[in-house]
Write a protein that binds this ligand. Structure first.
Ligand SMILES: [Zn+2]
Ligand SMILES: [Zn+2]
Length: 367
């Protein structure tokens, strides 16, 4: 079928809307009419080829829409079902069997290779094939093909205009706090970098009952938003003389938990340095390959600290996405306040606004 997709043909160049041919879904595939799709920093990073997924390529990995057709082996959903698309996993490796699908042994192959696991792509342009299985979906398009593993069935009453970002960015921030760090009520937690992922972590800290929630950022508007969404304290790292000392002052004994979303090595050092005894720092930022983190070993040892990486918030999307939707309905997780909607043809403006910090979370409207 003919679809319209945003294609990247050259690194760091704008997306171009093109008419492409999309194959019929195979026996195990699901064809989704995309209603809306979030823009995540990973999309921008791959457009710029910081992570060299082969071009030409259709990105997009926070799709939400309605099932249009399914292959004969698909049992999870049927045409007409509302769905949100998340990351792909194999469902059969050791990690998937343990419930750790965000560390699937095929994570790279199924999410950032730009093709199906057999190397084929369902998208074809006038000049030849276009890579089109990014995060098992490539949802910067009017239609996308996904698999059961990354398709989450939603209630028919779900508002499709806001759920896309739950598939990656929001799940990453909230899941890190609720699935990995699991703070006890009354704990303190610091978030370094309050973009969409950091604000999701911050709202999750409030859900978990943290009583000292500290936001650190360089942008005053973002810190103001963090305060509205539950930060009890904010620190502007640009004007602060010593971020770590300020956090020590607020918490009295250091933070029980910290979350770094920036992938800036000097910030990770602060995120570890501000911890209380036996505190834990989770780092989620999408850094350039080869970047190394340095910590003072003796201090690290004597303080019994933990530094851990977290992918996709340790979330099992089928369980975690409906939980976030329910928390949102109850007014306890107002992540929809981060969203600014853009028409699909304004995708380049959406990316520009995300990069400048003008928009926290752009969502493209396709319907
Ligand atoms: Zn797996
Ligand atoms: Zn993402």
């Amino acid at each position: 079928m003919q679809i319209t997709a945003a294609v990247v043909r050259e690194a760091e160049k704008p997306f171009q809307l093109e008419e492409l041919e999309l194959d019929e879904p195979r026996a195990d595939e699901i064809l989704v009419k995309v209603h809306s799709t979030g823009v995540c920093h990973t999309d921008i990073g791959v457009r710029n080829q910081w992570l060299p997924v082969p071009l030409p390529l259709v990105l997009g990995h926070e799709g939400a829409g309605v099932v249009e057709a399914v292959g004969k082996d698909v049992t999870k959903v049927e045409p007409g079902d509302k769905v949100v698309l998340s990351y792909g996993s194999c469902g059969t490796c050791t990690m998937c069997n343990r419930g750790d699908s965000s560390y699937c042994e095929q994570f790279v192959l199924r999410n950032v290779a730009g093709a199906r696991t057999d190397g084929t792509t369902p998208l074809h342009g006038k000049g030849g094939d276009v890579n089109g299985f990014f995060f098992s979906q490539s949802s910067f398009a009017t239609y996308a093909i996904a698999l059961e593993s990354n398709t989450v069935k939603l209630d028919q009453g779900t508002d499709l205009s806001i759920v896309g970002p739950l598939g990656c960015g929001i799940q990453t921030g909230a899941g890190t706090v609720l699935n990995r760090l699991k703070p006890q009520a009354g704990s303190s937690l610091v978030v370094f970098g309050v973009g969409a992922v950091g604000l999701a972590a911050l709202m999750a800290a409030r859900v978990a009952g943290c009583t000292k929630i500290i936001a650190v950022d360089l942008v005053p508007e973002r810190l103001a938003l963090a305060e509205e969404l539950g930060a009890t304290h904010t620190i502007n790292a640009k004007s602060s003389e010593d971020v770590v000392a300020e956090i020590q002052g607020i918490t009295g004994r250091g933070a029980d938990f910290s979350v770094d979303t920036t992938a800036v090595t000097s910030v990770v050092r602060q995120a570890v340095g501000c911890l209380a005894l036996k505190g834990t720092c989770a780092t989620l930022g999408f850094g350039t390959a080869g970047t190394e983190i340095q910590v003072d070993m003796l201090e690290f040892l004597m303080a019994g600290r933990t530094l851990t990486g977290v992918t996709e918030g340790d979330a099992r999307p089928d369980e975690f996405i409906p939980q976030m939707i329910e928390l949102n309905k109850q007014g306890r997780f107002p992540y929809d306040r981060l969203i600014t909607a853009y028409e699909f043809e304004d995708i380049n403006k959406a990316c520009e606004d995300a990069e400048s910090g003008k928009t926290v979370k752009p969502v493209l409207k396709l319907v």
